[in-house]
Design a protein around this ligand. Structure first.
Ligand code: UD1
Length: 411
């Protein structure tokens, strides 16, 4: 249940990045022993990744936001459909399993609410390193002797493929170069963890990553970076409801394009040693938005921008360049009174003064959180169904918004 909120204030602490934590947990498979991760958000996707590791015989224990992953010398290198189908990021165990154990069975993830999401680049990249794959009964069966470094040119800077290749190449023989690599902050976070574990990765954050294979990696202690998409969620909430808040721990250097767009809309953003301060003093205005690989505007930010633009003055053009099918939540926003026309990769948003509270359905994590934000800018009551999607990626979203003055209840 979400009620209209006029103005938000105070501060909110941004938790650890989901999209980093999941990959760091997979990377723990590269070393025998106990890897300790700090600042791991308590969200369903992390629970699923923990279950996946435990199904393989790995010990996983959570103590608050610290997660300990105890990887034995031998494990059962299988990622079953029941878990992979609940979370696509499960595919990130493929690289570490093949590299360390020479064998892996991973269920083929299939499509999801973003539409079809292939993993061909993960597989062809790993094949370049010497892995062999066969496909049967909905599973990928991977095999390899010792992986060998190679040059890999990605057709698209895929985040998941870059991560799988970095992890696999770390335990191979010789040098690997990934060209047209993804440059997201989560890639740099993974590179930092791998290097601490004894790998030799350089160039993360640029489009050419070089990995010198090492024979063995060791377990370490590491802290996950703050979640830039969670930060974007609260920025959007301030844009929709007004007010001012400190987003504690948010890293402005990871969110430059989003900050620029928010400023173009008329938001005031100040960099603070503790994080980012965001304030709305005027009516926001429409801007054009186009998603791109980092450092472009992240596809994960888009639902939050669309919600803010839907109640801004004037017209905005929104283009999705990463996932063609990622516009389903727009039908829900239209039910809430938004004036949005979507076709193919484009949506034209004409600002209205306010949303109208309604019953709506969350189709995925970010769309769900964006509907909550829309509900805070809606007259009347908004009920977001299938809110369990939100729990996949947010630790206590309702509690954090309530602490800022909103009225959001998680049933
Ligand atoms: C993507 C986003 C990431 C976001 C995450 C969760 C990008 C570039 N990546 O990461 O920021 O946090 O979703 O919402 O914005 N593709 C292939 N073959 C492959 C792999 C990918 O064709 O083997 C295509 C995808 O269909 C998509 C694009 O490449 O169109 C980007 O995919 P990728 O970066 O791999 O997706 P995720 O790792 O899930």
């Amino acid at each position: 249940m979400v009620y209209q909120s006029d103005s938000l204030s105070g501060e909110v602490t941004i938790g650890g990045a989901k999209n980093s934590a999941l990959k760091l947990m997979a990377a723990a498979l590269l070393a025998e022993g106990v890897t300790i991760l700090h600042n791991v958000p308590d969200i369903t996707d992390v629970t699923i990744m923990s279950e996946l590791l435990m199904a393989m015989g790995v010990g996983v224990a959570r103590f608050g936001n610290r997660v300990e992953i105890d990887v034995p010398a031998e494990i059962n290198p299988e990622a079953p459909y029941e878990l992979v189908s609940r979370m696509r990021a499960s595919i990130s165990v493929l690289g570490p399993l093949i590299a360390r154990f020479g064998i892996a069975t991973v269920a083929i993830p299939g499509g999801d609410d973003f539409g079809s999401r292939p993993i061909d680049m993960h597989l062809t990249g790993l094949e370049r390193l010497g892995a062999k794959f066969s496909y049967e009964h909905g599973n990928i069966y991977g095999k390899a002797g010792k992986l060998r470094g190679a040059e890999v040119l990605l057709e698209f800077p895929s985040v998941g493929a870059t991560e799988n290749l970095m992890m696999a190449a770390s335990l191979s023989v010789g040098n690997t170069v990934i060209d047209n690599a993804a440059r997201e902050p989560e890639i740099s976070d993974l590179s930092d963890l791998l290097n601490l574990m004894g790998a030799k990765v350089s160039g993360a954050g640029t489009s050419r990553i070089t990995i010198e294979g090492v024979e063995q990696m060791v377990p370490v202690e590491f802290t996950v970076i703050p979640d830039r998409v969670e930060a974007a969620t609260f920025m959007s909430a301030i844009a929709v409801c007004g007010g001012k808040a400190l987003l504690r721990n948010a890293r402005p250097e990871h969110m430059r394009m989003l900050i620029r767009k928010m400023e173009e809309m008329g938001m005031e953003i100040t960099l603070d040693p503790a994080g980012i301060v965001i304030e709305r003093n005027t009516t926001t205005k429409g801007v054009h938005v186009s998603t791109l690989p980092y450092p472009g505007l992240a596809t994960d930010y888009k639902p939050f921008l669309v919600v803010a633009l839907a109640v801004s003055e004037g017209l905005s053009m929104v283009t999705e360049n990463i996932f063609a099918g990622r516009f389903r939540y727009i039908d829900e926003l239209v039910r809430m009174g938004a004036d949005i026309r979507a076709e193919g990769r484009h949506a034209v948003v004409t600002g209205v003064s306010c949303f109208s509270g309604a019953k709506v359905r969350a189709h995925d994590i970010r769309a769900g959180a964006a509907l909550v934000v829309a509900g805070m800018g809606a007259d009347g009551v908004t009920e977001v169904y299938e809110a369990e999607h939100i729990d996949r990626g947010y630790e206590n979203l309702a509690g954090k918004l309530t602490a800022m003055g909103a009225q959001v209840e998680r049933a």
